[in-house]
Design a protein around this ligand. Sequence first.
Ligand code: NAD
Length: 404
Amino acid sequence: MSLEPQLVVVGAGPGGYVAAFKAADLGMRVTLVDAAVNPGGVCLYRGCIPSKALLHVAKVLNESKAAANWGISFPPPTIDIDKLRSWKDEVIGKMTGGLGQLVKTRKIDYIQGHGTFLGNNELRIKSDGDGGKDLRFEHAILATGSVPATIPTFDIGSDRIIDSTSALELSEVPETMLVVGGGYIGLELGSAYAALGTRVSVVEMTDGLIPPADRDLIKPLARRLDREFEQIMLKTKVLAVRDKDNFLQVEFQGADSTFNGDYHKVLVAVGRQPNSARIGLDQTSVQLDQKGFVQVDAQRRTAAPSIFAIGDIAGEPMLAHKAFYEASVAVEAIAGHDVAYEPNAIPAVVFTDPEIAWCGLTEKEAAEQQRDVEVARFPWAASGRATTLGSNDGLTKLVVDPKT
Ligand code: NAD
């Protein structure tokens, strides 16, 4: 390496690659570090993109079934799991390969390896089979993302217990699967596997699916999933899991009793945790909160003035588009622009069928904050477009401040 980078970006997911591209566009000398051969991160390799590919397949399968109601019947589908997996991998390859090209076009120095901080201005990068390369930098942006959260109950060393990463590898379509957690991942992946033929059950510890969303928005989805899933257990916890060789026996604690269920696979989707360990942050002045998120100011600057943090590692919500925006703010702050990350609202979408999307204050949050709001509802039973799609059980609502 001839010159010290002005900016090193650690982690090349949606936060990291956007930061690197933007900084290069502003004329900075940029090094981007990631363990993968091309940028992409969890979103492209093991998250948003593969799951959306499978959800598209699920939609096609479900719509071809629903078409019988409109006088069009198809024979039951034949699913070639190997071909489906190759197609999904091809999608990932195209997207990540495209990003690799953009890195070259922008003359970003891409280093495949694992970065560990040695101080507030120094990073060691280790690649397979090399002793490591130390890099001094003016600024760093930390964008190492998050990993699936784990719970000791499921730590029994069985390969029948999977997380979103292994579920997306699509090694098989199990006969039955228990999904632990009725949030984004549990319902998206549960829906995809249900469409492929798995009998899916969900266990959720709170009293409803997708806890942050308003209940009236969840209703149409819950009604659909009641038909597509074998069982949805709310206000229920998993007490124990036992490996019985051919299946897992799961012991549940419901509202007033304990009971058992047998499953071929158990998908644990109980949230994600920041990837802030084992990257040498203890060698820097960067501060973490109790959950392991990096503490940042409105410009995404950490307690070490030379180091910024963006994306999942910098706090909730863990969404790619939030990381894009933080990337832009952090890079512009480094370039000396007067910017701040102060979003009024961050849109969220759950890509189930039906999909649920919301943005800004929910009706529940407005009530909790004792805000004076009015709610306008438009039921899709009255929408011609929704009716032609056979989807008129949905709704749109606006939560508005009547004064403004
Ligand atoms: P989540 O927070 O969306 O859902 C986790 C669910 O698990 C919650 O409903 C929680 O109440 C429940 N839970 C927690 N512990 C439990 C237990 N012991 N037993 C039963 N239920 C339990 O988390 P996730 O689904 O793992 O997804 C992680 C993050 O990834 C999301 O918060 C989101 O930011 C991101 N994500 C986004 C999308 C999208 O934008 N469409 C898709 C997938 C993931």
